[in-house]
Design a protein around this ligand. Structure first.
Ligand SMILES: *Cc1c(COP(=O)(O)O)cnc(C)c1O
Length: 963
């Protein structure tokens, strides 16, 4: 890329910055006058403590135009060699149905939505997630499923955690992993076990029963492809009161008996091959199912069916009391952001193909494996197993020659097990591919005819799946999987669900701490380029040169932006980054003979994932109080640090604080912790208030995660995917995650993995790469400054009507503010929930509710919202305040007012009965702006209690569709 020289070039280069930043220059000056400052600089000077301001600008380069950026990235991507992948091991080529590719994955209506915490405006993706759960239940043969975990290997680690919680083998401290489980899964589970202090035993599956264990994990089919009847293995484990977990291949389950029916207690796996590209490792959704009896122990989110105020079926996230937001260090797991977009893609794949279509795909895959095996055996090639679904393992002393021939033809096999190689066929395999495989393995001139072998296989039938394991029950009988098989029907189903959901393409989603900013189209374009989408994560590194270049540049920029020395891109979410960072801290202490340092200080304002992650690293949590201004109580901090000094491991602190202010004492906090020999973990979720202005490394912390899906423009996807890289100072760098299949350059051999893939969710890294490229050093800093301007303007205007809970120096806030609704609630009885729901009638998603303080809303407008949109939001809030005042004055009773009946659906407003104290039109169109862009919630307020009491987590029975 060339440096800008001419005026024309300069003009163009600024173009993306002004597209990303919402307010026009005129709007900026209006906001500055409202704030009574003469420049952005003056506001920043008033807001950000001088002691933490960067002296040097960032050095990530000048901003580039969209065109220039994509053309350069295309040249980088083209350095990736897209080989035909037969590597398997949990990742398979798939044909993404184009109707799903364009209308879900590439559609901002789907990818810009937030986690469905406001279910009345999220029924579309909730229905799709319910499809995902129903599909999981049918295929696994169990009772209860969750709505996606981060990947197969972490799902296996969660299964181990669940096993420990529910197993009656209370004295046992060991978890058994069969040696034919995927290598990366053994790696990730072992890392997790080490943190929990569990012993891991890896051995032959049959040996599980000979150990004193609380749980065991089997792979079905095994990583080398064998299809084993695991009924007895499961029974053996259960005879020891231990929990039997099975990692299963989702496609094979169309043909194989469900592991649940074979007795398994937990079944998990990756849904990737259901229409989600391999993407060099992710993002992909993991499925997870267990017995109803273990529902309180299930990790991750569960979608459940409840009722709305009018008695209609309505979907919502169920049993949230299990999750970290509420249970903190007692939570089942630290999972927050999961893989909603990918779970939806997989669910739509099942909806699109239906049970028969899926079965046909699975049968075709299996037939190709049979044909391949039959041909190879006819030529005297030794196969390791006599059963298979899609994977054959060849025992070979000419492995190197075969692999060389494969590489020469642009073909990859799995080669990471000594003296053997494996071939996994997939949905994309053709007869011509099988001929090519014969050529590679046997050398040309083998004389085999695929057509002839195919006819043979057809005539003789197949015995490669043991008769006892042939699936004979019906799956996916629900109408949702049997109604949308034409493209027209499918397109309309996707659109119907999309229309029920409020996303960023409708209005601002001002979620404090979650940074719902622009996800620019140019940033999204590269993720579906085949050069990025179709790489297997375990392909040889020299085939992924494009990825390595892109990842290398992103790495260096994130190092510069965070002020750290090294970055790991492996964690798949912020919470996963916390976990990886805490492991680094723990290992660092251990390396210095300080293994006893295990106390983690956490301010009371911390996000729930902080204590949940600390618990996963077996740390002892000590809560530090906040003072009345929302700052860390320094007296309490000093006292607690003093008290635990010898055993202090670290502090986890968010900056700017979740109270929305730049704490003045942050450097002092770092110093106190360091004086006591502790490390500082700075939660980087609020980096949107730091980039280019200050940095965690500069402030003095040792390690942070970033949420690339907040600050760096990866869309929230309706609740995931995310990327949570960690940045570390050099002394922690040796302790960053590595990977047992692909050695991650720059990390130590022997470090365990925290994710299934070496670079986590590699396929979405181009989004953040493109954002940084197009903004450049100057644009990134401007974005931070404008986030501060927007937040302060919003705060200033709202403060005329509501108390603002906390402020920093000069009465300013950072990039977000907390509106305190408690005084109004006291006077009126109207709750924060009523306000959140009423905002839906005004066309807005509620800001973050009751975090970090109950009874409040935390609002973060981000730099991407224009003053016009912010003013509309303010207008809505002020109008709602007026409504509350009418309740206070008695004009409306507390039982009959538009707040407690919010949100209003069309059915509610247009119904024949109307006995409200306010009129119908006002219910739906309370201010004129709404009429121009009305969004209708599709259900009225949902009954949370009913849903948890009557937990239903699969699609409601057919009868409810008949009326
Ligand atoms: C979002 C957030 C997290 C968790 O990140 P996930 O990607 O959802 O796991 C942690 N801390 C804070 C302050 C956050 O806002």
């Amino acid at each position: 890329m060339s440096n800008a020289k001419s005026l024309e070039e300069l003009e163009q280069k600024q173009d993306f910055i002004r597209r990303h930043i919402g307010p026009s220059p005129a709007q900026v000056s209006d906001m500055l006058s409202a704030l009574e400052v003469s420049s952005v600089q003056e506001l920043i000077d008033q807001t950000v403590p001088a002691s933490i301001r960067l002296e040097q600008p960032l050095t990530v380069g000048e901003s580039r135009t969209e065109v220039e950026t994509l053309s350069y990235l295309k040249s980088v991507a083209s350095k990736n060699k897209v080989f035909k992948s037969y590597i398997g091991q949990g990742y398979h080529p798939t044909n993404v149905p184009h109707v799903i590719l364009r209308n879900v994955l590439e559609n901002p209506g789907w990818y810009t939505a937030y986690t469905p915490y406001q279910p009345e405006i999220a029924q579309g993706r909730l229905e799709s997630l319910l499809n995902f759960q129903t599909m999981t239940l049918d295929l696994t043969g169990l009772d209860l499923a969750s709505a996606s975990l981060l990947d197969e290997s972490t799902a296996a680690a969660e299964a181990m955690g669940l096993a420990k919680r529910v197993s009656k083998a209370k004295k046992a401290n060991a978890f058994f992993i069969a040696d034919d489980v995927h290598t990366q899964t053994i790696d990730v589970v072992t890392t997790r076990a080490e943190q929990f202090g569990f012993e891991i035993i890896v051995g032959k599956a049959e040996d599980a029963v000979n150990h004193d264990i609380f749980g065991a994990l089997f792979q079905y089919p095994t990583t080398s492809g064998e299809v084993v009847d695991i009924t007895d293995l499961i029974a053996g484990v259960q005879s020891k009161k231990a929990i039997a977990c099975v990692a299963a291949d989702i496609m094979s389950l169309l043909l194989l008996k469900a592991p649940g029916k074979l007795g398994a207690d937990v079944v998990l796996g990756s849904a990737q091959r259901f229409g989600v590209p391999m993407g060099y490792g992710g993002p992909h959704a993991a499925f997870f199912a267990t017995r109803d009896a273990y529902k309180r122990s299930l990790p991750g989110r569960i979608i459940g069916v409840s009722k709305d105020r009018l008695g209609n079926d309505a979907l919502r996230m169920a049993m949230q009391t299990r999750e970290q937001h509420i249970r903190r260090d007692k939570a089942n797991s630290n999972i927050c952001t999961a893989q909603v977009l990918l779970a939806n893609m997989a669910a739509f794949y099942a909806v699109y193909h239906g049970p028969q279509g899926l079965k046909t795909i699975a049968q075709r895959i299996h037939r190709f494996a049979d044909i391949l095996a039959t041909g190879l055996k006819a030529k005297g090639i030794a196969l390791k197993h006599s059963t298979w679904f899609d994977t054959l393992t060849v025992v070979s002393d000419s492995k190197d020659d075969v692999i060389a021939r494969a590489i020469a033809k642009g073909v990859n096999f799995a080669t990471n097990h000594e003296g053997e190689y494996s071939i996994s066929v997939s949905e994309t395999t053709t007869r011509a591919d099988i001929t090519e495989l014969f050529d590679i393995i046997l050398g040309e001139g083998h004389g085999l005819s695929v057509d002839a072998i195919a006819a043979d296989v057809e005539a003789n039938g197949s015995e490669s799946i043991p008769a006892s394991l042939v699936r004979d029950d019906e799956v996916l009988t629900h109408p949702n999987f049997n109604s949308y098989h034409s493209e027209t029907d499918m397109l309309r189903y996707i659109k119907r669900l999309e229309s029920k959901d409020l996303s960023l393409n409708h209005s601002m989603i001002s979620l404090g701490s979650c940074t719902m900013k622009l996800n620019a189209t140019a940033e999204m374009i590269p993720i579906t380029w085949p050069e990025f989408a179709n790489l297997h994560p375990f392909c040889p590194l020299d085939q992924a040169e494009g990825y390595q270049i892109m990842i290398g540049e992103l790495h260096d920029w994130l190092v510069n932006i965070t002020g750290y020395d090294a970055v790991s891109l492996q964690p798949n979410s912020g919470a996963q980054g916390e976990y990886a960072g805490l492991i680094a801290i723990r290992k660092y202490h251990e390396s210095r003979g300080d293994a006893h340092r295990n106390v983690c200080l956490i301010p009371s304002s911390a996000h729930g994932t902080n204590p949940a992650s600390a618990q996963m690293a077996s740390m002892k949590i000590v809560v530090v109080n906040c003072d009345k201004n929302g700052n860390v109580d320094m007296v309490d901090l000093k006292a607690k640090a003093e008290e635990v000094s010898e055993n202090l491991s670290c502090i986890m602190i968010t900056y700017p604080s979740t109270h929305g202010v730049y704490e003045e004492t942050i450097r002092e906090i770092c110093d106190i912790i360091h004086e006591h020999g502790g490390q500082v973990y700075m939660d980087g979720a609020n980096m949107n208030a730091q980039v280019g202005v200050t940095s965690p490394g500069f402030i003095g912390s040792d390690v942070s995660h970033l949420n690339l899906h907040k600050t760096f423009c990866i869309p929230h996807g309706g609740g995931g995917p995310g990327v949570g890289p960690i940045g570390v100072k050099s002394h922690l760098a040796p302790f960053m995650p590595n990977h047992s299949v692909i050695n991650v350059p720059g990390t130590n051999i022997g470090n365990g993995a925290v994710s299934a893939a070496p670079y986590g969710s590699a396929a979405i890294l181009p989004i953040s790469w493109a954002y940084i490229t197009m903004m450049g050093s100057e644009g990134l800093k401007q974005a931070t400054e404008m986030a501060i301007v927007n937040a302060n303007y919003l705060t200033h205007e709202l403060s005329k009507h509501f108390p603002i809970l906390y402020r920093g120096r000069n009465n300013r806030v950072a990039h977000e503010c907390i509106v305190d609704l408690r005084p109004l609630k006291e006077l009126s009885g109207i709750t924060e929930m009523d306000v959140a729901k009423r905002l839906q009638d005004y066309g807005f998603h509620s800001p973050t509710m009751s975090f970090p303080v109950a009874g409040t809303l935390m609002i973060e407008p981000t730099e991407s919202e224009s003053k016009g949109e912010i003013d509309r939001f303010i207008e809505a809030m002020v109008s709602i305040k007026g409504e509350i005042e009418k309740v206070i004055s008695g004009e409306w009773s507390i039982e009959n007012n538009p707040l407690v009946f919010a949100p209003h659906t069309q059915g509610d407003v247009l119904g024949n009965e109307w006995d409200r104290a306010y009129d119908r039109f006002y219910a739906a169109f309370p201010v004129p702006a709404v009429a121009k862009n009305k969004f209708w919630p599709t259900v009225t307020r949902i009954d949370d209690v009913y849903g948890d009491r009557n937990l239903v987590c699969s699609c409601p029975p057919v009868e409810t569709y008949r009326d």
